[in-house]
Design a protein around this ligand. Sequence first.
Ligand code: TXA
Ligand code: MG
Length: 346
Amino acid sequence: MNTRIAPVSPTHPDGIPIAEAAQLIRQGELVAMPTETVYGLAGDALNPAAVQAIFVAKGRPSSDPLIVHIADLDQLAMIARDIPSSFQLLADTFWPGPLTIILPKHPTLDSCITAGHDTVAVRMPNHPVARALIRQSGHPLVAPSANLFSHPSPTTAAHVFDDLQGRIPLILDAGPCEIGVESTIIDITQTPPVILRHGGIPAEQLTTVLGDIIVRQRIIAHNQAAPAPGMLLKHYSPRTPLVIYRGSHTAVHAAILTQPRETTLWVCYDEDIVQAQALRIAYLSLGPRHESSTIARNLFATLRSADLAGKALLVIAEPLGDGVAAAVRDRLFRAAEGHVITLSDA
Ligand code: TXA
Ligand code: MG
């Protein structure tokens, strides 16, 4: 299959590419679409063949459920039921936007979407292209991140093409994604509500709205059975091994000196560039150390570029801070398969 990339305006997504994409979706085909978080691989949530095709195209195990994307609240009735009372407040505050809400599943919704669970993940994205595509398709769309299973999520159309060329007919290209990490997932079928994945909406903001919430560490090794969806440790991984250093700048700089310079790449921050150049070590910067939103936006693209450098090892200092930095730490931890080295200044 030939994979075409169609440019589309991120702000005024009318015209031929969207109409063509919607037509493909109605025919049961898959289309990669931009969202404010990462690119998604979209298919008709009400067409079981399209749902199946998503798992095949990504090489994703059928045990990992999909998020259903809606453009308007009236699409919710066919997806979920017995909606908990906290839903309205969350939707009023954070939708459209990078928040996925776990709700009780509607009995008629294809159970392949939910991997047999009785809950369903729902998100209303705020990217104009995603919203236009959902509206013109006429149905809610299932859309996992448009990467091959366990690769870093795609934040540009070129990333999608690298992973899925030959597997899907069309990629809508609206430029790089604004947020760069996936949506926050909150399960409100439990009391207190549980954050299952850090993401674009910081946990602090959810606490402000909901009060008490729990963050559940979703980390398990890959040879263990997953007690709940999305808990695999190996995820978002570059092919090159990645090591995370936890410690002061001084300790991190000292630790980097112990690595072989020719075969190591330092995923650093802008403040480290002078040092990296002085050490003559290969580096890629994620942005200013304290700008979590810039770091999040650059994260997956930088991991992909770091992989292409063909080094034996990637090293990074763990980013500090709250807000979206929690999501960055989570993605890095998985990308490193849990390989964190705590450094002391002594
Ligand atoms: O930002 C995003 O959420 C992006 C864009 C494209 O919208 N989508 C995305 O989808 O990240 P995906 O499939 O890559 O990640 C969805 C996560 C998975 O970890 C899955 O296990 C979890 O959502 N999930 C889906 N349904 C669930 C459910 N019923 N209960 C718990 N977790 C669920
Ligand atoms: Mg994903």
